[in-house]
Design a protein around this ligand. Structure first.
Ligand SMILES: *Cc1c(COP(=O)(O)O)cnc(C)c1O
Length: 357
């Protein structure tokens, strides 16, 4: 379709074969003679898509039996609420590492007693707090594994004395994780798992049913688990896109294969930034994100910011403007962003640096 190098933060870029397959299903779905947009969600054909999608999650993430995958209409922001509704009884702790982490905490505060165990707000969220204690009486501890806005990422899966809940919106399926370390993993689909309109949660079932509040039907994870995420009409289009995105990931070798490529992509881009004089990366070196690379003009070169956006655009590079809260630049290197895309951006950085230093 396009030769653009797309670095959008979300919705993120999708493989061409995924968008093609979605377009085709809108015209006619699985030999039903109907569009995907009008077919019954109780039809056999749709049931197969749904079942395959849940199986692909299980397979790609190597999920142990005691975990269930649920698909919930809405975004990660709705999961902020579901997590607290389903798990918060006495007290929950949050790691405050940025905009999304903070929003998750605010949402939990509307439900009960939740607080920030540690924060990196003091230095503009450019690092991940370390050396804090997690009290053992928490119902759960919440982390944002990848801070999409600020370009920091937890390196690896932490040991946690209480159930660990992670918002993995921007790094889900980008690297192998030790699922057993988490009680709940959730996120919006539109970064690495499809398009907007659906969110996922991977829930260890034993953490449910421990709270005393009444949970409204559609905010209760058990409703989704009990009905294969089809208690009511599911968002069929984004789930279909998710299905094709997961199929694509499987076809290229799954999470381990894509992780290798993702590591090479991030290394190439950080290398270009580290060797430039005009640009500088923003996140603390040890906390750098593999998915969302944030950078800015180095001191003395600030006036060139708009110039570089234009320079990149001339080279078909789009989506590199930083989040409005963070400024500067951000390149999101999600699974469907290729090594060629990253090479084009790294080259643009090198050339722009050479001309302007
Ligand atoms: C994008 C994002 C969100 C918000 O997702 P919505 O689906 O728009 O609600 C939350 N957390 C993280 C880490 C994100 O990257």
């Amino acid at each position: 379709m396009s030769r653009l190098h797309i670095f959008n933060a979300g919705p993120g870029v999708l493989p061409g074969e995924v968008t093609d397959s979605a377009a085709e299903a809108v015209r006619g779905f699985a030999g039903t003679g109907m569009s995907l947009l009008t077919v019954s969600h109780r039809s056999k054909e749709w049931g197969e898509v749904m079942e395959e999608t849940l199986c692909l999650w299980r397979e790609l993430m190597d999920l142990p039996e005691e975990y269930s995958v649920v698909l919930v209409g809405g975004g990660a922001s709705l999961q902020f609420l579901l997590v607290a509704m389903n798990l918060l009884e006495r007290r929950a702790g949050y790691l405050d590492t940025g905009v999304w982490a903070h929003k998750a905490l605010v949402e939990a505060r509307g439900i009960g007693n939740a607080y920030a165990v540690a924060s990196s707000e003091d230095r503009g969220y450019t690092y991940i707090p370390k050396g804090y204690d997690i009290p053992s009486d928490l119902d759960y501890f919440h982390v944002t594994s990848c801070n999409t806005v600020y370009g920091t990422q937890l390196q690896g899966d932490m040991a946690c004395p209480v159930p660990l809940v992670a918002d993995m919106s921007s790094d889900i399926l980008s690297r192998r994780i030790e699922v057993e370390r988490y009680a709940v993993i959730y996120g919006g689909a539109q970064k690495n798992a499809g398009t907007a309109g659906v969110s996922f949660a991977i829930v260890r079932r034993d953490v449910l049913g421990r709270v005393s509040r009444h949970i409204p039907t559609l905010l209760d994870y058990r409703t989704y688990i009990g009905h294969g995420s089809m208690f009511n009409t599911p968002p069929v289009f984004p789930i279909f896109v998710m299905n094709r995105t997961l199929r694509w990931l499987k076809s290229i070798g799954g999470v381990d294969a894509v992780e290798k490529v993702n590591r090479r992509k991030a290394a190439a881009l950080y290398a270009a930034l580290d060797s430039s004089r005009v640009f500088r990366p923003k996140a603390a070196v040890e906390d750098r994100s593999m998915m969302n690379v944030t950078f800015e003009m180095a001191p003395g070169y600030e006036r060139l910011e708009e110039d570089f956006i234009r320079y990149a655009r001339e080279r078909d590079i789009v989506g590199i403007k930083g989040h409005r809260f963070a400024g500067g630049f951000r390149a999101s290197l999600y699974n469907a962003c290729t090594e060629q895309d990253v090479a084009a951006l790294a080259e643009a950085i090198k050339l722009f640096d050479k001309v302007n230093r």
